[in-house]
Ligand binder design. Structure first.
Ligand SMILES: [Zn+2]
Length: 120
């Protein structure tokens, strides 16, 4: 499953960060997920639980911020948010659009750490 390998690579990254900080526990990972990323949110959350079980990351949460598809409409001369990822037309004037500004994100932008568990 596509999402499982993504969950595993995010876990790996978070564990490395945890080690770098002296083993502090990561309580949550914040991820931006674009509507065009090709990743299914529910499948990724499920994969996260599966992949983290039995590891140092077990019990940590994956917090997903969904990013809608934002495009630039050359007719309106404005940024527009697409209503559907199937139809690349401006929701206002219905002109075809091709310039995607946001929506392809698949990036970890923050880790929440349990500072209280830093070993002395
Ligand atoms: Zn338009």
């Amino acid at each position: 499953m596509h999402e499982l390998s993504i969950a595993m690579s995010i876990l790996e990254m978070a564990e490395e960060e945890s080690d770098r900080r002296g083993g502090v526990r990561v309580s949550a990972v914040n991820l931006k997920l674009g509507a065009l990323s090709g990743v299914v949110k529910d499948a990724l959350l499920f994969s996260w639980d599966v992949a983290s079980a039995g590891t140092g990351m077990e019990g940590s949460r994956l917090l997903i911020e969904e990013v809608p598809v934002e495009v630039y409409c050359p007719t309106c001369l404005a940024n527009r948010t697409l209503e559907s990822v199937q139809w690349f037309v401006c929701p206002q004037c219905k002109s075809p659009v091709s310039e995607v500004l946001h929506g392809r994100e698949l990036e970890v932008f923050a880790l929440e750490l349990e500072e209280s568990e830093v070993p002395q």
